[in-house]
Design a protein around this ligand. Structure first.
Ligand code: GLY
Length: 280
């Protein structure tokens, strides 16, 4: 798998211009959802000359819309906008947008380049990085997809002020998961920081350290044949809880379910695999 160029900066306009000049596409398409189109896109567009020429594609927000219907709409918009094999897509939004954007870009005309610009903590720390793309199908999450890395991932914390508290905590849970996988020191550094209180620059630093853990694992095992499975810590039990909550009509943020899943899986590690009590 090609290496992703991961840029950490709150000067997103400059990073975006650099990434685009690197790719030199003959057309730029920006994929976003209806909320991000209102809350974030106007700033991004106003700051970059290149963005003012881009074609905007907007889809309905939420994981339930990460489906074939939205994918079809994206492909139709690319065709109607005159996209060619040398066009590029910018995926501006949360994990839903980077997942479906990466998938539709990677399959359009056998693959056009795409840049991920995550606007949520959850997508910045996880979904936008590592090349997993896909859509939900037949009631199953991420059932159809491809491993396909974005050419660039632009990670900033500047849009997080549009997020609700629960969205920040949800992303923070995936950071804690990276901490648990990496070392006690990383975990304690994180747990000692309050994600709702820290400023944008400090958050960017923590984010950089957290994404580096994922980047290292993905570089070693891009197609999840071995160590990359560690990144699924908390997700098996977590997905079960997430599905149950959804079924009961009381959806929970993904990271909350992952945090609960981590607790369940660590207890199982103790009862079944001898994980020591004091570490538990
Ligand atoms: N979200 C886990 C992974 O990217 O492998």
């Amino acid at each position: 798998m090609n290496q992703q160029n991961i840029l950490f900066t709150n000067n997103t306009a400059q990073a975006l211009d650099t990434a685009i000049n690197n790719i030199r596409p003959n057309g730029i398409f920006v994929l976003t959802d209806k909320n991000t189109a209102v809350n974030v896109w106007p700033q991004v567009k106003a700051e970059s000359m290149l963005m003012s020429e881009a074609t905007l594609i907007t889809i309905n927000p939420g994981d339930t819309n990460k489906d074939l219907k939205s994918a079809t709409l994206i492909w139709e918009n690319l065709i109607n906008g005159g996209a060619t094999r040398h066009s590029a897509m910018i995926c501006l939004g949360g994990g839903m947008i980077t997942d479906i954007g990466g998938f539709t870009a990677s399959t359009f005309k056998r693959g056009i380049k795409f840049i991920n610009m995550p606007t949520t903590l959850l997508s910045a720390v996880d979904a936008a990085v590592g090349g997993k793309t896909g859509i939900n199908f037949n009631g199953l999450k991420n059932e159809i997809g491809v491993f396909s890395p974005a050419s660039h991932v632009i990670i900033s914390t500047r849009f997080f002020n549009t997020l609700q508290k629960r969205e920040l905590l949800s992303g923070y849970a995936e950071m804690l998961k990276h901490g648990l996988i990496n070392s006690a020191a990383t975990f304690h550094k994180l747990i000692d920081s309050d994600p709702l209180e820290i400023d944008a620059e400090h958050m960017l630093e923590l984010l950089k350290a957290s994404v580096e853990i994922k980047r290292r694992i993905v570089t070693d095992d891009p197609y999840e044949q071995g160590i990359r499975r560690a990144l699924n810590l908390g997700h098996t039990a977590g997905h079960a809880l997430e599905s149950l909550a959804m079924k009961k009509g009381k959806p929970v943020p993904h990271g909350y379910a992952v945090a609960w899943g981590c607790i369940i899986e660590l207890i199982l590690s103790h009862t079944h695999c001898g994980f020591p009590t004091n570490t538990l």
